[in-house]
Design a protein around this ligand. Sequence first.
Ligand SMILES: NC(=O)c1ccc[n+]([C@@H]2O[C@H](COP(=O)([O-])OP(=O)(O)OC[C@H]3O[C@@H](n4cnc5c(N)ncnc54)[C@H](O)[C@@H]3O)[C@@H](O)[C@H]2O)c1
Length: 348
Amino acid sequence: MKILVTGGAGFIGSAVVRRAVADGLSVVNLDALTYAASLENVAGVADSPLYSFEHADIRDRAALDRIFATHAPDAVMHLAAESHVDRSIDGPGDFIETNITGTYNLLEAARAYWQKAGKPEGFRFHHISTDEVYGSLPADPSVMFTEETGYDPRSPYSASKASSDHLVRAWGETYGLPVVLTNCSNNYGPYHFPEKLIPVTILNALAGKPLPIYGDGSNIRDWLYVEDHADALLLVLQKGALGRSYNIGGENERTNLELVRTICGILDELRPGPAPYADLITFVTDRPGHDARYAIDATRIREELGWRPSVTVEEGLRRTVQWYLDNESWWRPLQERSGVGQRLGVAL
Ligand SMILES: NC(=O)c1ccc[n+]([C@@H]2O[C@H](COP(=O)([O-])OP(=O)(O)OC[C@H]3O[C@@H](n4cnc5c(N)ncnc54)[C@H](O)[C@@H]3O)[C@@H](O)[C@H]2O)c1
């Protein structure tokens, strides 16, 4: 099987690429190499005969047509996106262009290719999306996002992802394109770009800098270890029912404050500093429209496909902290990129 993975030089896409190649699948990694990308993320598979790279932008339809014709993939896994909510508040334009128009281009290129090939039944267009399309939940633990939850996106990022989900479903219904969708919770793990909460916390702590917590830190997220997620995505691609969507969660709800305290405790153990790292916790102005809680009901993927996360958040965080301690040569250069280390997403 040959898979065209978009966004394969990013955080989750690169985990999918690494896992797919390890599983003996062929991968074409299509990526525009924006600020969020690093080819270091896939350096371990770059020399594999199963791997090839296409430097291309999903907004460029001609490039997409050429790539489909050249590689003749059996499936598409679409992860390329602008992904940082704070950046979407400061500059929504790129999110509209890549996440909506780019997805439209990719759907059209995939449809043209699939139709020309005689509509092979086994072809799949797997769209990777987020639980943020469902909006914000109350604290009540019995209320969770299911695949039937109505869409209620509240940030430019989540609205652009919701739009792309609608386009993918429409291409499935209208043109018969064989689509499958997944909506997952917050990922974390190795190669997480150093502007997101978990890497920021680890790296600021190591530098003795304040550990910023938005608002009072009571916002709840469900944390999914990225390698578990990559396994789930490849399973859905190969076994998921046509036209169906699957929620993927980590069964690990934590408040942001609990999460940061856990990371501090792990660092106190693995790299003890002069004082407990939790002393660096600093509460800062909240993100505008900050969703209170996300929580995934993953019954469908568990019951229909037999998937469950393998890693608890304590174990996953320990692995992640150790990875950042061992891989300074990866994260240090990324901290020089535009906007990293600055407070973003407060412009109103
Ligand atoms: N990170 C999370 O916690 C999370 C949670 C839910 C859903 N998702 C979704 O998963 C996908 C991957 O997320 P991520 O965290 O790996 O993102 P990321 O920002 O780390 O990587 C995105 C990748 O897409 C590429 N890209 C961006 N614009 C492009 C364009 N116009 N053409 C081609 N490539 C382009 C970037 O260069 C980068 O390599 C996204 O669709 C995101 O919405 C992420």
